[in-house]
Design a protein around this ligand. Sequence first.
Ligand code: BG6
Length: 489
Amino acid sequence: MTEPFDIVIFGGAGDLSFRKLIPALYRSYCEDKLPASSRVIACCRNAQEQSAYLQHADEALQEYLAEGEYRTEAAQAFIEHVYPVELDITESGAFWQTMAELLNEYRQRVRVYYLAIPPAIFGVCCQNLAKYKLVDERSRVVVEKPLGYNADTANAINEEIARYFDESAIYRIDHYLGKETVQNLMALRFTNVIFEQLWDAKSIDHVQISISETVGLEGRAGFYNEAGALRDMVQNHLLQLLCLVAMESPHKMKASSIRAEKVKVLESLRPMRGDDVKRHTVRGQYVAGNHKGKLVPGYLEELAEAQSNTETFVALRAYVDNWRWARVPFYLRTGKRMKQRCAEIVIQYKEVSHRVYDRDAGALAPNRLVIRLQPEESIQLTMMAKDLDTLDMRLQPATLNLNFSDTYKKFKSDAYKRLILDAVSANPSLFIHRDEVAHAWAWIDPIIDAWQSDAQDPHLYRAGTWGPEESDELLAEDGFKWFNAGEQH
Ligand code: BG6
């Protein structure tokens, strides 16, 4: 994009804005992707927020950028693009009039409206944009999660936005899709014959997709306690990763083809109801524990409540009922306050069909492909090889390790930067279509219903561990183990 554009952040003084959006836009500036005279219009609820805004934005850059990224001169120059504006989104009147005048200084520009606000006011925000004639073919709206609480509420939100914006102008963010390694996953699958030929139930034993976090509530207690890990992480990020692993090749890398393939995967997910839910899911909640030698509080203490049965951890076994994936279990796991921060996809291959070496050569470990998305971005392929330290015919696993940070030393992944710039240049391939949201909820809702009617409390796990024992048992039932980052396997 070489043309200047305006991005309007509704919820400009919120957490997301300072933590992610302002740093992402600063990075865009540093890479010459914020053309001169482009504006970052940050809507603040009141005059106090507005007056302190620029200083706060500068502090946020210092706090949330990676080491060495903050440069005083660049930050000052970037801040000149930022316009804090007082706006009560729900009040139609003088505020919106001022906003319209500001935007209309450049009528022909691409405008990105970023809704970093609670979904309850998405509707009124879009309505006011339309009322003040601020929606045209060059405007797009970017929508942050939570996109609903279940299928019905998600549908209601989508309906409301659709009254003012065409689906092609709606960009629903799942920031996992903006991570470079997630895109690399598609590149890996669809450009390498060695993988594509070995990507199905004939070769693959099972798949693990795991996103573990070490953080707790991070000041989002109200939201999180209502949502829980299934809604917060599985409905979106984990299911999106599952789609990318399981989908067929799109005929072209264009948004509609990719989406069509993802939807087919979501439709093929085997529904879980009643007893299936008990059999295939584990919910957990952390209690106080140790993280890197420091005592961290339990969920209820962080929440300052005596009781809550919200899950901060989920592990589940899913099946994609189609020809390619028949009977291959997909294990998904995510949790807060776990032992390590890591997002990883593990493709566990089957054993070789016939053993040619005798027992003395040692055990044969089946091939394993580990695609790590964070903290560092790497791909590892473990295979069997001869032990070269001995003349005897001994076998041992050897790992091919492709660590992208070795090759791309300066590379700093920023999903938000990528996605904002994609929205600016009208590239929807890494955004979520309405159909995907609907299908994902259709699979998640019955799980939540079953949990609610079961009324069983989540299993407890110590902060700083890999989750409750029941999560290990879920895999042990099938003869498997979780692949835990940093442990010997
Ligand atoms: C967000 C969730 O979508 O993803 C948070 O709401 C979670 O609870 C975050 O912490 C994790 O993202 P990342 O990129 O840090 O793995």
